[in-house]
Design a protein around this ligand. Sequence first.
Ligand code: GLU
Length: 426
Amino acid sequence: MVADKTADSSKSEREKENILTSTRTVVKEALDKLGYPDEVYELLKDSLRMLKVRIPIRMDDGSVKVFTGFRAQHNDAVGPTKGGVRYHPDVTEEEVNALAIWMSLKSGIVDLPYGGGKGGIICDPREMSFRELESLSRGYVRAISQFVGPTKDIPAPDVFTNSQIMAWMMDEYSRIDEFNNPGFITGKPIVLGGSHGRESATAKGVTICIEEAAKKRDFEIEGARIVVQGFGNAGSFLAKFLHEAGAKVVGISDAYGALHDPHGLDVDYLLDRRDSFGTVTTLFKNTISNQELLELDCDILVPAAVQNQITAENAAKIKADIIVEAANGPTSMEATKILTDRGKLLVPDVLASSGGVTVSYFEWVQNKQGYYWPEEEVEEKLYKVLKKSFETIYHTSQTRRVDMRLAAYMVGVRKMAEASRYRGWV
Ligand code: GLU
């Protein structure tokens, strides 16, 4: 058992290094295509700042556990850095670094006045009590408080963090600052200055990308067969929206397995029975594996779980015509090439999952103004932003004859490269 675990964790270390390496490779390719010199790549290949913190927490059994956390600020030439904080046992410094670069790309793609940032704590929130999670969240804010702030670096939710955790973090920061400071963090509960539509924003953004991609391939969402991998925040809202739009959700999964019904799953029932970590398949006997799920016969596949799901090993077996990446980094570089060569339309993570940070920006603007918008206004603005970004990237991919991922990186990297040049950094 112990030996297996070691083998597993070194495998995930390797995968994360690969995520950083592959992100850098595509950033380099994008900068080369745009004609920037090497020094721009030298600046953008890494985060400008990376803070590592140690957080001692008194656990419920009386013992003290010291947790390790990170906060990366990739590039702040355009504006303050912005990005979520994830709680996960597999968090590493390399991963946080790569995810901060992705946040810069997302901000560039949807044209926000931000650079990218990211945070993470190595922990398993599924095994922690509410009180332990609150202590850890407050401890993390105390540890990073000098480094972040509403005009410096603005955190948000990510894997296994939610609006309650944002509320504790905002409260802790406001205590340190000695005044109420809602703009320090986004993804808050509505009563604490959160924005309408923030919780479902990532899934809304993915839905808009799916609709636009379907138009390019000339088919209707109504009646389309969809497979969604992952039933967390993004996956569950997405299944709901697609089901409401008349699509047939034929497969869903969580970390423990997957469900398949070629006639369409009972999405309402599954939504009702999922727990707060997105687990639902444990209630069923006839499950299939996550790998089998990805290879199901369907029109649209949405990996909305974790990284490295579609690789050189299974890319040739993917049957969907359109793959829309709702998770960060679900498809490897080799797999991207295999899928593109097979004529599949792959909508990359940095575009498809940018709805969350877009509505986070709306939340931050509302906090600054102290004036709050109704849900319809948020949705309308999100729709305009995502539709335009999809069109720009699709058009770039067609005119520059590159895949959608490289096109997205080209669009995403341009603004921070320009801003860094104007500032005289490179
Ligand atoms: N964690 C989300 C992401 O990866 C949202 C970030 C934010 O809202 O700042 O895009």
